[in-house]
Design a protein around this ligand. Structure first.
Ligand SMILES: [Zn+2]
Length: 205
């Protein structure tokens, strides 16, 4: 609908406000249009950001978040363990998320390993589990445990270890403003917790 007079505009705004109020009260699931798009428009207005460069920005921002939150389709494939002994791990898996406190980007390098008991996971699934957690915008302090818990509940291994290194834009461009600082967090479970040799091997690989 093309708005040509003030009356039409008032009517449209009244309609949109009802939607926004209902969304705010939890009576309606927010849509990308009324949610992110309007928030971006309000943000641009607040800081007086206007001109041709910003014309499509609300749409672009809305689409960007839509892509980020598009559910990742995957099946957690498991196979029976054929040969006992040894650990399976992936490392340097790079994934991106946003910190929940500032909504600024965080680049994570993830290392995940486990010692199987009866089942093994498809190798790519370890990376997939980390990718899925990114959409929850986790606090880094919780991320390693979140990844480990998903593995524990799916294959009940003998042990799981996760090391997460996070490069937080909220630390680099604001706050402590330290351009080389990274945050490291770990979570060890089962044999990685009880057996120092197993844990050292995992950490050294
Ligand atoms: Zn932050």
């Amino acid at each position: 609908m093309r708005i040509t007079n003030q009356k039409q505009l008032v009517e449209l705004l009244a309609e949109v406000s009802v939607e926004l109020v209902e969304e705010y009260l939890g009576k309606r699931t927010p849509s990308h249009y009324t949610g992110v798009r309007f928030a971006t428009e309000a943000f641009l207005r607040t800081y007086n950001l206007k001109g041709s460069n910003f014309e499509e920005t609300p749409d672009r921002v809305s689409n960007m978040w839509k892509t980020f939150f598009t559910p990742i389709k995957y099946t957690l494939t498991t196979f029976p363990l054929k040969k006992k002994g040894g650990m399976i791990l992936i490392k340097n898996h790079e994934c991106w998320s946003f910190c929940p406190h500032h909504l600024l980007p965080v680049k994570y390098l993830v290392k995940v390993g486990y010692v199987p008991e009866k089942l093994v996971l498809g190798l790519s699934k370890l990376a997939r589990i980390a990718d899925i957690m990114m959409q929850k915008m986790p606090l880094q302090e919780d991320l390693a445990e979140m990844i480990a818990s998903r593995i524990i509940e799916s294959i009940e291994p003998k042990g799981v270890g996760v090391v997460v290194t996070g490069e937080h834009m909220c630390m680099k461009m604001r706050g402590v403003e330290s351009s080389h600082v990274n945050a490291v967090s770990t979570f060890m479970w089962g044999v990685f917790l009880d057996d120092v040799k197993a844990r050292d091997e995992f950490l050294s690989l």
